[in-house]
Design a binder for this molecule. Structure first.
Ligand code: GRF
Length: 215
């Protein structure tokens, strides 16, 4: 029997990427369990979905902590109860301290709504439209201490249309995110990802592209 891996997912809001990962894990019978979904906000919409699916949910409210370091220490304690093999950031709207990131080095993934290294930070769709790029998208990457700069696991690109707004772009990219993120998490769980010289190598056994484009 394959060993079951533990995945912990951190969210701050809607949780649609979390939902896509939960569904894929179940449908594709991954050798993994979603051990917990943890939010830094009690009102995160995604918590209800996770709870309805029998996943342990909890909130470590960032607003209750006077400093980033104290919040991250509390969060780390809460996460480690579930002994994660992988910690997944899915719309988790917090900048993490270097100590927290180091603790999960090599087992911490994020999805960012741009084709990194273009447009790190917030308001990525506005940034893309302002720059006039013709392709925009999303990136799954390992998290390092530098915000939105870790080794890239997968990218999905969409064409930017002349009449796009930040909302229409976000909507089209989200469809891609929901396909790409579960696939990348699965690669990790099945041991297909390797970090070599700070670059991600994907085992040929994964049989799937780390890059997708769509109109
Ligand atoms: C996604 O666009 C993701 O790329 C970004 O935040 C958004 C989260 O959406 N990091 P959801 O909470 O997964 O629905």
């Amino acid at each position: 029997m394959r060993q079951m891996r533990n995945i912990v997912i951190l969210i701050s809001g809607r949780g649609s990427n979390m939902q896509a990962i939960v569904e894929a894990a179940k449908q594709e019978r991954w050798p993994a369990r979603i051990a917990a979904v943890i939010s830094n906000r009690a009102d995160a919409k995604g918590l209800a979905y996770a709870a309805q699916h029998g996943i342990p949910v909890l909130t470590v409210a960032s607003a209750d902590y006077p400093s980033r370091a104290l919040f991250d220490a509390a969060l780390q304690e809460a996460v480690d109860v579930f002994q994660p093999d992988l910690l997944v950031l899915a719309g988790f709207m917090r900048i993490l301290t270097p100590g927290f990131v180091a603790h999960y080095a090599g087992r911490l993934l994020n999805i960012h709504p741009s084709l990194l290294p273009s447009f790190p930070g917030l308001a990525t769709h506005e940034q893309a439209l302002a720059a006039g790029v013709k392709l925009h998208g999303a990136t799954v990457h390992f998290v390092t201490a530098e915000l939105d700069h870790g080794p890239i696991v997968a990218q999905a690109a969409v064409a930017v249309h002349a009449d796009d707004t930040p909302d229409t772009l976000a909507e089209r990219i989200l469809v891609q995110e929901h396909q790409m993120y579960p696939r990348a998490v699965r690669w990790f769980i099945e041991g297909h990802l390797k970090l070599v010289n700070n670059l991600v190598q994907i085992a040929p056994a994964a049989h799937s592209s780390s890059m997708t484009t769509s109109n």
